[in-house]
Design a protein around this ligand. Sequence first.
Ligand SMILES: [Zn+2]
Ligand SMILES: [Zn+2]
Ligand SMILES: [Zn+2]
Length: 476
Amino acid sequence: MENVAIFDAPGKGRGLKATKEFWAGDVIFAEPSVSAVAFDSIAERICHSCFRRQDKLQRCGQCKFAHYCDRTCQRAGWAEHKQECGAIKSYGKIPNENIRLVARIMWRLDKEGSVLSDMQLVTLEELEDHIPDMQEDDLKDLKVDIHNFLDYWPRTSKQHTIDDISHYFGVINCNGFSVSDQKGLQAVGVGLFPNLCLVNHDCWPNCTVILNHGKIELRSLGKIEEGEELTVSYVDFLNLSEERRRLLKTQYFFDCTCEHCKNHIKDDLKLAGVEVDGVKPTEEQVKEATDYCYQMLEKMDSARLNGNYHEVVKLCTACIEKTEPVLANTHIYQLRIWSTLSEVQAYLQYFCEAAEYARKMVEGYLKLYHPNNAALGMAAMRAGVTHWQAGEIEVGHGMVCKAYAILMVTHGPTHPITKDLEAMRMQTEMELRMFKQNEYVYHSMRDAALKNKPMAMMHEPKSVDEGVKNLFHRRK
Ligand SMILES: [Zn+2]
Ligand SMILES: [Zn+2]
Ligand SMILES: [Zn+2]
């Protein structure tokens, strides 16, 4: 680990600093997980070795719980699954994801010792567990998990003290990282990456984390000086500073003192009214529209969860009619309405509407997010794809290029999404050239392309986990 060093970060405790200069898109370090497990909810639909979502998976013949793409994945996952397999068989049921993860970590440590590779900067014993900070309800859940863990943990495995066991539950509670599927679109599991646990939070960070081919990469978002602290954001910046601070306090047990929180930077934009022909709405009008938007969001979320997509469209449209003339395009509730509406309409194949709202969303995001924020890149990608589907090739190509530039920094050239985007960029570039030469040929060619290449990115809306925006997975 020549790129980073542990240091005492002022006011934050232990942190990581750069030991040389970095530029946007540099990989500061890449780290494999100590262990990772599939979420309970999706354990039958993803491969337990490579975490791909797949329609046809093969079951482990022994425990009937683990699923794999094929023999290769099964063999690759066997070292990690071996003890779990036997434990599940004799336990007679499937323990929850937290218990499965802690057990896997402990089997691995028992076998290999606490330093698993020479790039590991801390031992797992040294990681914070924050158990003394936990609230009563969480402590109760922890006790239940430990109780079940003891039933699950085989007598033939090495025995540990309750303190040791609770330490690991505490560690994954505040440091379990969401593992996403092959496209990075859905959180499908949770894993532990010890070096990542050392990277402190900042609401306006200089790094981002991405899972790429089974390893996490810490990537630089811009120029970083030698000696500068490396930071990532644990929560989505699209919350007000007060809400971010609340989330960070309850989930990660610290008070954020970053510049953006201290000075409430961009909070005003996130609840702003829109000026129409030089006239600003009154505070009262903005407040009323904000409250209305909030109520509609709740109804919309439940309709979306139930898969009632036409109801989602109805609710969003009704809301927009009332609030768009009052609220700015940076208003965070308005942005959520647009985001959901464009996603659902793309799924229902109303591409023109989907494109319009995706574009509005990107315009708002551009004023709020860091220019190299991954969520901004993903939003631009969605806007690009929907414009392309709607036949608006010029805007579509522009958005795809914008998304590609951001993802080259946040995801890097080898990430599957960046590769998809690159293919998309070449396609839209060619189509744009054709469009400028001969519109008729362009349209007939596009129709053909749409027919035999349905875009894989347009999955069912409810499968998108908001948790992908949060760095660490919250245990349930
Ligand atoms: Zn696999
Ligand atoms: Zn098995
Ligand atoms: Zn902050």
